[in-house]
Design a protein around this ligand. Structure first.
Ligand SMILES: *[C@@H]1O[C@H](CO)[C@@H](O)[C@H](O)[C@H]1NC(C)=O
Ligand SMILES: *[C@@H]1O[C@H](CO)[C@@H](O)[C@H](O)[C@H]1NC(C)=O
Length: 158
């Protein structure tokens, strides 16, 4: 089949970069969850994120401990704990939000709480994301999945 000599190495590279296609689910803060002072102190989520490799497609699971909310923020909003108007979610103890990083996500991603001074007290998360498919970062996830299924079907008819 024409082109298959190229397709196979591309597939191998992709499955390697995507950890074999397995998205990792991270529980933000582990058993401490997504919570506010005094349950956490400033820097707690920095320590949690340190030395973890986040990739496009991975899930960040925010488990609310107490009444919490969650918003995506820009770097400036994160730095200054600005009250962003749009929330991803809010809820009570036992509820939460699972945020999936886009397959082509790349660079820094910021999450904050907008309740009272929770963010100032350390309820803010910054993660550095490496795209699982670095050479396809300019594609939308829709075109990406079309491409992936095209490659997969090309492989299966070999
Ligand atoms: C991250 O890794 C570095 C180098 O291995 C280590 O010194 C540091 O303590 C680690 N940080 C955390 C929060 O585990
Ligand atoms: C701290 O965590 C406990 C246990 O999940 C929760 O009930 C409480 O509301 C939390 N406190 C704050 C201030 O978020």
């Amino acid at each position: 089949m024409a082109g298959s000599s190229l397709i196979v190495p591309v597939i191998l590279a992709m499955s390697c970069l995507t950890r074999g296609g397995m998205a990792v689910r991270y529980i933000v803060g582990d058993q401490v969850g997504w919570t506010s002072p005094p349950n956490i102190t400033s820097g707690f989520y920095d320590d949690w994120a340190a030395n973890k490799t986040f990739m496009g497609g991975d899930f960040l699971e925010f488990n609310y401990k107490g009444t919490q909310n969650l918003a995506v923020a820009s770097k400036e909003e994160y730095d200054r704990c600005k009250r962003v108007p749009k929330l991803l979610g809010e809820g009570e103890e036992g509820e939460g939000y699972a945020y999936q990083l886009a397959a082509n996500a790349n660079g820094m991603h910021y999450f904050i709480s907008t309740i009272d001074s929770h963010c100032e007290g350390g309820q803010k998360l910054a993660v550095k994301v490496t795209s699982s498919v670095p050479f396809l970062t300019s594609l939308s996830s829709d075109s990406l999945s079309v491409l992936v299924s095209a490659i997969l079907s090309a492989l299966s008819i070999r």
